[in-house]
Design a protein around this ligand. Sequence first.
Ligand SMILES: Nc1ncnc2c1ncn2[C@@H]1O[C@H](COP(=O)(O)OP(=O)(O)OP(=O)(O)O)[C@@H](O)[C@H]1O
Ligand SMILES: [Mg+2]
Length: 133
Amino acid sequence: MTSEILNVQGLETQFNTPEGVVHAVNGVDFKLNEGETLGIVGESGCGKSVSMLSILRLIQQPPGKIVAGTAMFKGKDLLQISEDEIRQVRGGQISMIFQDPMTSLNPVMTIGKQLAEPMMLHLGFNKEQARAR
Ligand SMILES: Nc1ncnc2c1ncn2[C@@H]1O[C@H](COP(=O)(O)OP(=O)(O)OP(=O)(O)O)[C@@H](O)[C@H]1O
Ligand SMILES: [Mg+2]
């Protein structure tokens, strides 16, 4: 039995710029089952980062705007839930390692510690529980 954990449909994100509207993401659909790994591949500028930032609501609005789509995660639409709820999801249930790992990961901290920290912060785990997870 596979159970669906994330279902993104019709995601569209745009940016308003002085030169006009940038259609960064134009109708992205994908599904992810629990335990599954999905790689998204495409040329530079095709919208991979903006898609993922949109799902976690990390697009600065304005100039950005999520104009269409749904991102169902455990029965809730990440694009519709409150700011408080999405904050619980970020780090607590979905983590992001931002592009350019040399600046987004701390080189003087072990990877294990950096993965454990959000679980301790958001899920109230102790060290052993975080390590086990
Ligand atoms: N703040 C912004 N304002 C205007 N346009 C933006 C902004 N952020 C991203 N874009 C545009 O959105 C499009 C998608 O960018 P995105 O960063 O998602 O590409 P990517 O697929 O992650 O590329 P890469 O492989 O280089 O990381 C690009 O055309 C980019 O210029
Ligand atoms: Mg990118």
